[in-house]
Design a protein around this ligand. Sequence first.
Ligand SMILES: [Zn+2]
Length: 299
Amino acid sequence: MKLGINLHRLDENLLDWFDLVLFPIREVTGRAKVWHGNLKVRPVISCFGHTEATMKFPDWVAVSEDGLPALPGRRNLRDGFAWGWVCPNVKEHRLNLLDTINQVTKSEGNGLHLDSVQFPEANYCYCQRCKTKFAQSGINSWQDWRVFVITNWVETVAERFSKPISLTVHPEPYFLRERFGVDLRELANFVEWLLVPLYCITYDLTYWLDTLLYAFVRLSPVPVFVELYAVEPKTKGVLKAMATVAKYPVAGIIFYDPRGKKVREIADALRNDGEVKKLVSLHPSRNFRQLTERIVEWK
Ligand SMILES: [Zn+2]
């Protein structure tokens, strides 16, 4: 099982520790970073989640069947979006994304990771642009057409990018297709692996990790990486989540730890905290113990 980290500030020391390093260069907020290239790092581009663009260009916002915009906060209290969603059919936005992707292809990097590649929810997008495109597509089913839009976008990126592409998907193993237009069987032609974010601010309870991972492992045609939130949760919470993930044949765990603070704390606890050391050494999962043995070496 591999270990990776999602970093917002590159740190050479951390790059050596991990098998895989993700580095967001275009975030859902709209914040962008200059990418200088680095063979050990996989840049992350958020595609249709882009709050800044939705504020600047109201016409680009994805719209529900009953006319609600896919925006965070008060503009759409029903759907509770964490960021603004651009309609996947906005040509200008797609060209902007392809510009960024073209820049990435010119620099060194360990592949490319795409984020927020989907329609915002099952009842989106019913903007005039989408209705017209559907009518002109020759595809009879609305759901099949939504899948075509998303698959076609990933295919377009893959054609420009010769290195492997990976993809974050919503932690929804059963209905990705009908809710978001994400069809894993079709995407498997272009995508090396999936990243499933399973965030919690405590990890006091982990039964839901079991529920989701059992299904993802059974249903995904490509390897699955799990992203664990390692900012607020305490060290023991993250270790508990890791022990749960380690039960499943997933490709690896990626810590969302933008500054690498928590992973250092975990390594420290595994070396110096008697109670943690005892819990880990007595843990029945060999897979989990092996992961912690690797982390102990981090200095
Ligand atoms: Zn639309």
